[in-house]
Design a protein around this ligand. Structure first.
Ligand code: XLS
Ligand code: NI
Ligand code: NI
Length: 437
């Protein structure tokens, strides 16, 4: 059955087009720095925001009326599968991502829940074969159900921990069956509200134990996906353990997990942590930990994860600049972890929102490539640090300098001269580049 009957395939029409249901910048085959755009960007649709969310907020019920709405949860789950593949093929996005609980309803027992999953995973497998769509990543939702009130891997209740382990096991099996290229861990309830009732050391040790079990089980079943942790500083818990990239890397290092994981970084999570997205990507990249991106944007005036579709060109340009400089996303991709606003409740908005995100990323990619081709940033940065290429600077970098040799140098170097960082000039150049592509 078709759900988006009035919408055809979305095509690239270029900058001159005034058709809202067409791409002005995303031209999948266009070569950018030696590679087609679609290979740089590896877009994915987030199942939960696109097919499961209804526009409900804490003050009101959903506003969207969808063709897959149904009183019977299993029927609805099956219809969502059809809608997913129709949407992917019409919008021209090769990948999708889901949580286990997005695709199938929970039953009255774990066994029944797993049976529901099996039915839907069969359909997903068929749909993927028929359409060529691929799974960028899957994950286990261990935060919505009330049983996870005190956490999953960091719960105070061993029975809940065991349930989480069982749920994780099933999700890894699903990932293997559907050929997921990555597997994501976002610790929705892995954090705490107050130290007054929390054993932080035990919680962190237990979380690491769960990750080690996941590695062991994946090896056992031959699931070769790249494991990703998605940092987020707060929401839902006040103190999330995976606060940001740097915190997460320290955790992975401490528990000997660093070789098995990379990071799935989300724009809105970065800003919640008081960072830019490009900061988080740089931190990951210089530690060899850049895995994948959750593309969205927050609202500077609101203090939570608003998950808006990315439309900020400066951010997507600097994001893609970091990605290009890091050598690309590898097995990762650009997943639209973004939802249409409550007021954008028509089916067409799902297309318009993805077009907005895809065009903004494609535009950002082109601008980032130009920044590199014209050597705008690199040249400047290179020159800015040139004092480390010779003399005392080269000694520091090679590790030969000591405090005594630095003192000897400083004592005879009576005039220190600094140079401008030229921030305003560079920002204007950035503007010029963005508007020229
Ligand atoms: C929530 C997270 C979540 C993860 C997957 O803030 O972004 O959607 O991406 O569990
Ligand atoms: Ni996310
Ligand atoms: Ni998020």
């Amino acid at each position: 059955m078709a759900y988006f009957k009035n919408i055809g395939n979305i095509a690239y029409e270029g900058k001159g087009s005034d058709n809202p249901l067409a791409f002005k910048h995303y031209n999948p085959q266009e070569i950018v720095l030696g590679k087609p755009m679609e290979e740089h960007l590896r877009f994915a649709v987030a199942y939960w925001h696109t097919f499961t969310a209804s526009g409900a907020d804490p003050f009101g019920v959903g506003t969207a009326v969808r063709g897959w709405d149904s009183a019977n949860e299993m029927d609805q789950a099956k219809m969502r599968v059809e809608a997913n593949f129709e949407f992917l093929s019409k919008i021209g996005i090769p990948y999708y991502c889901f949580h286990d609980r997005d695709i199938a309803p929970e039953g009255s027992s774990l066994a029944e829940t797993n049976k529901n999953l099996d039915v839907i995973v069969d359909l997903l497998e068929e749909g993927m074969k028929a359409s060529g769509a691929k799974l960028l990543w899957n994950t286990a939702n261990m935060f919505t159900n009330p049983r996870f009130v005190h956490g999953a891997g960091t719960t105070s209740n061993a029975d809940v921990y065991a349930y989480a382990g069982a749920q994780l096991k099933k999700s890894l099996e699903i990932g293997k069956r559907l050929g997921a290229e990555n597997y994501v861990f976002w610790g929705g309830r892995e954090g705490y509200e107050t130290l007054l009732n929390t054993d932080m050391a035990l919680e962190l040790d237990n979380l690491a134990r769960l990750f080690h079990m996941a590695i062991a089980y994946s090896k056992e079943i031959g699931f070769g996906a790249q494991f990703l942790i998605e940092p987020k500083p707060k929401e839902p818990t006040k103190h999330q353990y995976d606060f940001d990239a740097a915190t997460t890397i320290a955790f992975l290092q401490k528990y000997d997990l660093k070789d098995y994981f990379k990071l799935n970084l989300e724009a809105n999570h970065a800003t919640l942590a008081g960072h830019t997205f490009e900061h988080e990507i740089r931190v990951a990249a210089i530690n060899g930990m850049l895995g994948s991106l959750d593309a969205n944007q927050g609202d500077l005036l609101l203090g939570w994860d608003t998950d808006e579709f990315p439309t900020d060109l400066f951010s997507t340009t600097l994001t893609m600049y970091e990605v290009l400089k890091a050598g690309g996303l590898g097995k990762g991709g650009v997943n639209f972890d973004a939802k249409v606003r409550r007021g954008s409740f028509e089916d067409e908005d799902l297309f318009l929102a993805h077009i907005a995100g895809m065009d903004t990323y494609a535009w950002g990619l082109k601008a980032a490539a130009k920044l590199i081709e014209e050597n705008v940033i690199d040249g400047f940065v290179d020159n800015r640090y040139r004092s480390f290429k010779e003399g005392i600077g080269a000694e520091i970098v090679s590790g030969r300098a000591t405090l005594a040799s630095l003192e000897q140098y400083a004592l005879q170097n009576n005039v220190i001269k600094n140079e401008s960082g030229r921030l305003e000039r560079i920002k204007l150049q950035l503007n010029e580049i963005i508007y020229s592509v």
